[in-house]
Design a protein around this ligand. Sequence first.
Ligand code: NAD
Length: 323
Amino acid sequence: MRKKVWMEWPLPPALISRLSALAEVVTDGDLDKLPGSDVISGIGRYYDGQLMDRVGPNLKQIAKPGIGLDNIDLDAASARGILVCNTPDAPSESTAEHAVALLMAVAKRVMVGDTQIRGGEGIERSDLQGTELLGRSLGIVGYGRIGRRVAEICAQGIRMNVMVYDPILPEDFVMPKGVARADDPDTIFSQNRFVTLHTPLLPSTRHLANERRLRLMRPGSYLINASRGGVVDEAALIKVLREGHLAGAGLDVFDPEPPLADNPLLKMRNVVLTPHIASNTDAGIDLMQSGTAENIERVLLGERPTWIANPEVWPGRMAQAGG
Ligand code: NAD
């Protein structure tokens, strides 16, 4: 029987036709067409066990573009022998650059200046005074793909003093020039004028930037978040920004997403907001699309995909199904 791929995000025609040589490819995201699929692929929806069961016993792979797996119930997939594949390297550069763009934008008052020059009222010259970054301190929580690139740009390019915390950093890891390590997240928050978050959203990182830690930051500090909205306690962030304890924030991600219309962050001039677009660049999208197509293609051919988030299920159902 011809295999079936169900998708709810766009792939360019060339990639669709490559996959169509191996399977029927449903690209309209119509949930009624889920049953019987061998592979499903998407971004926004939460993929839980119920949805997997709705697809049925043919389902061998959930192919996620990008790195974040917080919208997939990994345990439910593993229990059913379903491979979960992502493209972890694809969004790294774009997201790191975006975090630095947010940092620059808040430090240089870019959005307030833009609003003022377009005739925005009530903005004084003093409101437009920025912060020079050379020699200033930047704390990074999460020193993985994105955190490392942010550290490199900021330490080597801008010559900021960078400090990082990551619980899996080996004791003997040789830190690059200009980058120091911290033994705990509290040190990052208390010692750095700028803090940027680059962890996955896990039970252990939910509200990692909570009120206590935000208050550890020195008055006049800035928070940057291009990881996941839930890593920050948004209510606490709003509180410390309103009090003037933090000078500003740069946020690409929210909790919930998109932010509700009455979210006070939308009205704050010292906050720069972008709608979860950090990886949404020409190169970032290209890499996510080609990587996802390759992950799907390999499963359709019965080959092991490069990136498997739950490798314990390989070959499992693939072997039973004969690829
Ligand atoms: P990665 O897996 O390469 O690195 C994440 C690092 O966080 C790991 O080294 C891990 O050890 C560390 N970590 C885990 N728990 C921690 C904790 N409690 N404290 C400190 N560090 C901890 O992932 P990455 O490619 O660097 O991406 C990081 C996250 O960024 C992703 O999981 C995703 O949620 C988010 N992201 C967002 C966008 C966007 O468009 N805004 C794009 C890509 C990724």
